[in-house]
Design a protein around this ligand. Structure first.
Ligand code: CUA
Length: 351
């Protein structure tokens, strides 16, 4: 019978294979290799390809700290390897016999860290000051409200409410006002702007200002419960005319169902439990704890950016959301296949 060890534990003979310096070097190398993965995970959500001045400032800060860290890591590793080499050859620790044995500690442990911390703090505070803009005549306001685990998006100047997709015009400063309906979340769209928390009881702001149209992935960046990792969103930057056209469409009440199946689907929606949480403007229902579905079919993704908005995904989501996103507030449904098809036809018509 073999001995069972907890994960990560070493067997009785396992410790002799690597030296301490080898392990230190391996860990350091791993960190260097992993560094790009820690910056926003993958090409779509990297902060290292900024498309706005503000995001460029955050990227500059990242690189500054990366290079400071790289230099310090190299110096510390070199000193460690040197000390181990001396000790391995039976020589006395070169630092221990000197009269000034405390000098490296004073410089390496107090003076240098103080200089680095003051420098990094100063540069960071300056970047924060520069990204805190003032509203001007062309400024547009978008309100984003965090929920477990999705994003409500409101355009207060027009009667528009949507979810999980923030559409903004290119070339115009957009002030994002961030609040939360429950716990702390954090709004982070790495290529476009910094990261700002959504705190209960207050409104924080973040600015988006880019002239580069595109779709930029965002992510909740503050742990907020079971589905935190899948609380995603996207920011769609569109040329001004395209944006205006979209906004005008979103202002309209829901499209009237065009065929019999969709009419039946609307009845299913209004008689099932959907209406307790969701609203579709143009019907009598005003459920507000779940995303507004008035123009559901115009959105690219479902369930906070985790899957494409297709009939199949929507059907699976309605029948068993807990399978897709365990812990989500949406309960499953026991609609008959016919009712489900009708409901999907109706929801699919809500352009
Ligand atoms: Cu919301 Cu993490």
């Amino acid at each position: 019978m073999t001995e069972r060890l907890p994960p990560g534990a070493r067997g009785p003979t396992g410790a002799g294979g690597t030296t301490r310096s080898g392990r230190a070097f391996g860990l350091g190398a791993l960190l260097v290799v992993a560094a790009p993965a820690l910056t926003g995970c993958g090409p779509e959500r990297t902060m290292l390809s900024p498309v706005s001045t503000d995001a460029g400032r955050a990227a500059d800060l990242w690189w500054l700290m990366f290079w400071i860290g790289a230099v310090i890591w190299t110096l510390v590793t070199a000193a460690t390897l040197y000390a181990l080499y001396r000790r391995g050859r039976g020589q006395q620790d070169p630092l221990a016999r000197r009269r000034w044995e405390n000098t490296p500690l004073i410089w390496g442990g107090i003076v240098l860290p103080s200089i680095v911390l003051v420098l990094v703090t100063g540069v960071t505070v300056d970047a924060m000051r520069r990204t805190d803009h003032r509203a001007g005549p062309g400024t547009m306001v978008v309100q984003v409200i965090g929920h477990q685990w999705w994003w409500e998006v409101r355009y207060p100047e027009r009667d528009v409410v949507t979810a999980n997709e923030v559409r903004v015009p290119a070339g115009r400063p957009v002030r994002i006002e961030l609040t939360t309906a429950d716990v702390i979340h954090s709004f982070w769209v790495p290529a476009l702007a910094g990261k700002v928390d959504l705190i209960p009881g207050r409104t924080n702001t973040l600015w988006i200002n880019t002239d580069r149209p595109g779709v930029y992935e965002g992510q909740c960046a503050e742990f907020c419960g079971l589905q935190h990792a899948r609380m995603r969103f996207r920011v769609v930057v569109a040329p001004e005319p395209t944006f205006r056209q979209w906004l005008a469409g979103q202002e309209q009440p829901a499209t009237e169902p065009a065929d019999e199946l969709a009419v039946r689907g609307r009845e299913v929606f209004l008689s099932a439990s959907c209406v307790h949480c969701h609203s579709i403007r143009g019907t009598a229902e005003v459920g507000a704890s779940g995303p507004d579905l008035t123009h559901l079919a115009s959105r690219d993704t479902l369930a906070a950016g985790i899957m494409p908005n297709t009939k199949g995904h929507l059907g699976g989501w309605i029948v068993d959301p807990q399978q897709v996103k365990p812990g989500a507030r949406m309960p499953g449904s026991d609609l008959s296949p016919d009712d489900l098809q009708a409901l999907l036809a109706y929801l699919g018509s809500l352009e």
